[in-house]
Design a protein. Structure first.
Ligand code: NAD
Length: 500
């Protein structure tokens, strides 16, 4: 298989300066799906030079907002026009099902449209009352400069879109570095931006490892902002690397998201069925590798046995297979590393006393080719408690733990007992109770009687070790901007304060 040039600098595709390449594996069978350029520090430096030049001397930061918005809308249209192709590539690269891939394309397109609408809806500067008729005081917002956008493997296209759209809307230039495991749809996105008319040098891309490219981008003196999505260790290292340059840093880190089910939500047959169904959806979308995965079920003791019994019965029936195959509900894990991590966590949980109710191992391959794929059966672990690593740590695999509570206070205490604070779900037929509990949860998003929905217009991000800053919503746009106060004295006169 010939190598693809996947480093984009100043509008040109090129190979790595070192000539190095990396095999991208199809997680469904561990065969080589593509060969990409393995960038290094030299490539990161070249991309930053291109982005710096485009920011300091190019037209983009000064392009009228309406034109920038029009480009974002054209990008959204191109995403939708190429929906099937990109969804297929995302599915092959990350193991997602085709349906999940299509959903990501749609949500990425929505994100580009949202930020186009947001910037054009603004009235420009904010006039502030300076307390004098002879002063005109205005606060304006300007782009931060060169942004390094570092993304992880679990929703590569969507994550890239959620960083690139607000960064471009605000007038920045950028270098994006996707995960070394799943770079392919980000490469396509850069092509679509060029097709939409983005000037050369505004959006650059370097494929490669975090330890080489990511570290260099985070530390580079000509980078003004680093937006990082990944694990807590990478986030800490990025913060450290960015600190000497006093760069702006936005971190979207992990989550260990509780899904709290009150017995009243299960009082009717329909309510019970919905809560069980949504608990499966919460835990096993993208084989549990979504950052929003509801991997901690916290269910009221009185309904536990019935609830977990039905949950396990349905988890056993989930159809596994390659994400591109028709009717498949769960694809493979993204890598051998994620598979090994999942196996290790389940083994540790069983050693610590968890009770296996479904899954717990690698399934029979759905076809001969997938015998080497990174599949793991949807797993339900009952009788878990907060002392267990499997309850405390983010796994990013199809593993659902079950804890129980007797009182509302206990439910809240359990759900908040996590170092993270990304997202949580509450199931109750009592709206007052649901809102009361939602108000007490220390998580960046709380779903009531639902799980997973994220809106481009609503902030997404975490409390605690889930990160700093927010993706989506007006806060995301603010991340990519500097506020500037322009104070204009309309009738200047001497102060006579010094030697006057
Ligand atoms: P990771 O931290 O290993 O890598 C993330 C990205 O950072 C990759 O591009 C990687 O190459 C790069 N990187 C790694 N170390 C780096 C360093 N020291 N300096 C600069 N760059 C570095 O994470 P991952 O395994 O790719 O992704 C999984 C994690 O991402 C999970 O914890 C998941 O919850 C989190 N995540 C969070 C959100 C969110 O919205 N909060 C969204 C998606 C993923």
């Amino acid at each position: 298989m010939s190598a693809q040039q996947t480093i984009h600098v100043g509008g040109e595709w090129r190979e790595a300066a070192s000539g190095a390449t990396r095999d991208i594996l199809d997680p469904a069978d561990a065969t080589v799906l593509a060969v990409v350029s393995e960038g290094g520090t030299e490539d990161a430096d070249a991309a930053v030079v291109a982005a710096r030049t485009a920011f300091d001397a190019g037209a983009w930061p000064r392009t009228p907002v309406a034109e920038r918005a029009a480009l974002l809308r054209r990008t959204a249209d191109l995403l939708i026009r190429n929906r099937e192709k990109i969804a297929l590539l995302e599915s092959q690269d990350s193991g997602k099902t085709l349906e999940e891939g299509r959903d990501d394309v749609d949500r990425a397109a929505d994100t580009f449209r949202y930020f186009a609408d947001l910037v054009t809806s603004e009235s420009g500067g904010r006039v502030v009352d300076a307390g004098s008729d002879t002063v005109l005081s205005v606060v304006v917002h300007e782009p931060v400069g060169v942004c390094a956008l570092i993304t992880s493997w679990n929703s590569p296209l969507l994550q890239a879109g959620r960083k690139i759209a607000p960064a471009l809307a605000a007038g920045n230039t950028l270098v994006v570095k996707p995960s070394a495991l799943t770079p392919l749809t980000t490469v396509d996105l850069i092509d679509l931006l060029a097709e939409a008319g983005l000037p050369a040098g505004v959006a650059n891309l370097v494929t490669g490892a975090g330890a080489a490219v990511g570290v260099r981008l985070a530390a580079h003196p000509d980078v003004d902002l680093v937006s990082f999505t990944g694990g807590p260790n990478g986030g800490t290292e990025v913060s450290r690397a960015a600190a000497p340059g006093v760069k702006k840093v936005a971190l979207e880190l992990g989550g260990k998201n509780p899904n709290v089910v009150f017995a009243d939500a299960c009082a009717t047959t329909e309510g019970f069925d919905t809560a069980v169904d949504q608990a499966l959806n919460a835990a096993f979308v993208h084989s549990g590798q979504a950052r929003s995965a509801g991997s901690r079920l916290i269910v009221e003791e009185s309904v536990r046995e019935r609830f977990v019994g039905e949950l396990a019965r349905r988890a056993e029936r989930i159809r596994l297979g390659r994400g591109t195959a028709e009717g498949v509900e769960c694809g493979p894990l993204v890598s051998a590393g994620q598979l090994a991590r999942t196996e290790e966590y389940v083994a540790s949980a069983l050693a610590e006393g968890a009770v296996l109710r479904s899954g717990g191992g690698r399934p029979e391959p759905s076809d001969e080719r997938s015998a080497d794929g990174y599949f793991y059966a949807p797993t339900v672990l009952d009788q878990c408690h907060r002392g267990m690593r499997v309850v405390r740590d983010e796994i990013l695999g199809p593993v659902l733990t079950v804890e129980t509570f007797r009182t509302e206070d206990e439910a809240v205490a359990l759900a908040n007992d996590t170092a993270y604070g990304l997202a949580a779900g509450v199931w109750s037929s009592d709206p007052g109770r649901a809102r009361r509990v939602a108000g007490r949860l220390r998580h960046g998003t709380v779903w009531i009687n639902d799980f997973h929905p994220c809106l481009p217009q609503a902030e997404w991000g975490g409390f605690g070790r889930s990160g700093t800053g927010r993706t989506s919503g007006p806060t995301a746009l603010a991340t990519y901007r500097e506020a500037k106060h322009v104070y204009q004295n309309l009738t200047p006169h001497p102060t006579r304060r010094f030697a006057g």
